[in-house]
Design a protein around this ligand. Structure first.
Ligand code: MSP
Length: 520
């Protein structure tokens, strides 16, 4: 076998609405994980894409008076372009209307039906078209509204195919219990075990009355395959499982599947692994379910008018502060990761974003880079003299912080990783205050001034590496100002004092201009 890839996925997004800060969160977290792995020299295969076969997608296309295929083509383009604009470096953008995906889904359906894991029955119950889910009479109350989203339900009574999920309750429970990293964070693992407590029920995996979707193979009633059964298989399609013999094992199984908490217990942590068990395929290493962004303590929704779009948020910051757009986009990525909801939900607000921008980016990071390079130019013409090295205590702190950042990034804990990285900035601010390199230079003690500023410069070099998963363009700009050929690889962070005597620095250029006070 050739290269073994680190395989990382986001969910595929429904195309009936535009990308917002919720979908951007999952995608940015995935991109940061992918970039971190690449910085460590790992081969990465990063998959994202769009979920296009849902009846609700078809419904919205019809409301807009567009042929559904045209609508999904346009929307897939909107998603791909938004992710590119947000500096998402995916390897493959998969779409569930692709022929190769339809082929995989039909084949899996056939195989599971042939081995008795899919069987024919009849479904009578209340159906939510928005959630694509059937609900038992006991769950819907007198109003007949969806227990999940509150929308009105419709009664359906139809022949249906079922996936024998119940058969996998015990094997799955055992798997979860014996693989502590299979479902993260811990709260999600517990939620899943709770969800499974009374045993999993067989799921209806076909739908009647819609022509949009992947047809159930050889079905006399013209049913289509349930969109979740179809969508989950995208992760397998992307490896060319049917086409490449054993070569798909260079990619499969996924190392990290990221998603929001809403689609973990019921779909990714139960139906999905059960489907893989039924197919005899290895299970993903880790399923990670983050919390949700809420706005003013409420779920974002079109009707409440509180849906934020990532590019608009970044553009507004850029206009208000004068920060170049690529760095404003990175600032948005930073905010998503620094305040990322992990276990519970988190508030998103423009004020919160602006506070982080002014505090962490303009005052802390931007200022560290700018004042360090300015002093190098003012006192040393931007050139490192002979004999400089980093003070011992500072070097030890750098090493400790780099290790802590790596540990947190590996656990998908970006808030913690970025906090640890910012400790380096705080340490240098204290160090400058104590050592006062400006006074040393004024007093003519150039040797010690260079020594102190060399510590600061190392901090800048390390920060360029440590922030790169979160803010790739800012990291590149810092590396450029340091006159480095590119952002340091992760290995280069273990070598403290890497910039040699004689190295010259570019003139400093501000990256994050401060936002003025409101109305000022
Ligand atoms: N199409 C399905 C996924 C199929 S994967 C085989 C889907 N799509 S979605 O577009 O509705 O949601 C995609 C992701 O965005 C989910 O992980 C969901 O949790 C996340 N978010 C949507 N709104 C969110 C917030 N407000 N906050 C954080 N993440 C949220 O589900």
């Amino acid at each position: 076998m050739g290269t073994r890839y680190y395989y990382i996925t986001t969910p595929i997004y429904y195309v009936n609405s535009v990308p917002h800060i919720g979908t951007a969160l999952t995608t940015i977290v995935a991109d940061a994980c992918a970039r971190y792995r690449k910085q460590r020299g790992q081969a990465v295969y990063f998959l994202t894409g769009t979920d296009e076969n849902a009846p609700k997608v078809h419904q919205v296309a019809q409301q807009q008076g567009k042929p559904t295929q045209q609508f999904v083509d346009e929307m897939a383009e909107v998603f791909a372009r938004t992710w590119q604009a947000l500096h998402i470096e995916y390897d493959v953008f998969i779409r569930t209307t692709e022929a190769r995906h339809r082929k995989v889904v039909s084949e899996v359906f056939r195989r599971l039906r042939a081995q008795g894991d899919i069987y024919e029955g009849r479904y009578a119950g209340w159906y939510c078209i928005s959630c694509e889910t059937f609900f038992a009479e006991s769950k819907v109350g007198a109003e007949r509204t969806c227990p999940d989203c509150g929308k009105p339900l419709e009664w359906r009574d139809e022949p249906c195919y079922f996936f024998r999920l119940s058969r996998y309750t015990e094997p799955l429970r055992e798997y979860i219990l014996s693989h502590p990293n299979f479902i993260l964070p811990e709260v999600r693992r517990n939620e899943t075990l709770g969800f499974m407590a009374e045993g999993l029920q067989d799921v209806a995996v076909s739908r009647s009355g819609t022509e949009w979707g992947i047809p159930v193979p050889d079905d006399p009633h013209g049913a289509v395959i349930y969109v979740w059964f179809d969508a989950l298989l995208n992760y397998l399609t992307a490896t060319d499982w049917l086409e490449r013999g054993d070569a798909y094992l260079e990619i499969w199984p996924p190392n990290l599947q990221l998603m929001g908490k809403d689609i973990l217990p019921r779909f990714h942590a139960t139906i999905w692994p059960a489907m893989l068990m039924a197919l005899g395929l290895p299970l993903p290493e880790t399923l990670y379910g983050h919390g949700w962004w809420i706005v003013n303590k409420q779920k974002m929704s079109k009707s409440l008018g509180n849906v934020y779009q990532p590019l608009e948020v970044a553009q507004e910051l850029s206009q208000a502060s004068g920060c170049a757009l690529p760095y404003a986009i990175d600032a948005f990525r930073y905010f998503m990761l620094r305040e990322m909801p992990t276990d519970s939900d988190a508030e998103f607000s423009l004020e919160g974003f602006e506070t982080r921008y002014n505090g962490d980016l303009a005052n802390d990071l931007g200022n560290l880079v700018h004042r360090t390079l300015s002093m190098w130019h003012r006192y040393f013409e931007g050139r490192l003299p002979d004999g400089v090295h980093v003070d011992e205590g500072l070097a030890a702190l750098f090493q400790q912080q780099v290790a802590r950042v790596a540990e947190a990034y590996e656990a998908v804990d970006f808030p913690q990783g970025l906090r640890e990285a910012w400790e380096i900035i705080a340490a240098i601010n204290r160090y400058y205050d104590e050592q006062a390199p400006w006074s040393l230079a004024k007093a003519g003690n150039m040797e010690r001034a260079a020594q102190v500023l060399y510590g600061g410069l190392e901090a800048v070099r390390l920060m360029s590496a440590l922030i790169a998963p979160a803010m790739p363009k800012v990291a590149e700009e810092i590396a450029r100002q340091l006159n480095l050929p590119g952002v340091p690889q992760w290995d280069a962070t273990s070598q403290i004092g890497a910039l040699p005597a004689g190295h010259t620095l570019q003139p400093p250029q501000p990256i994050f201009p401060r936002l003025g006070k409101k109305g000022g």
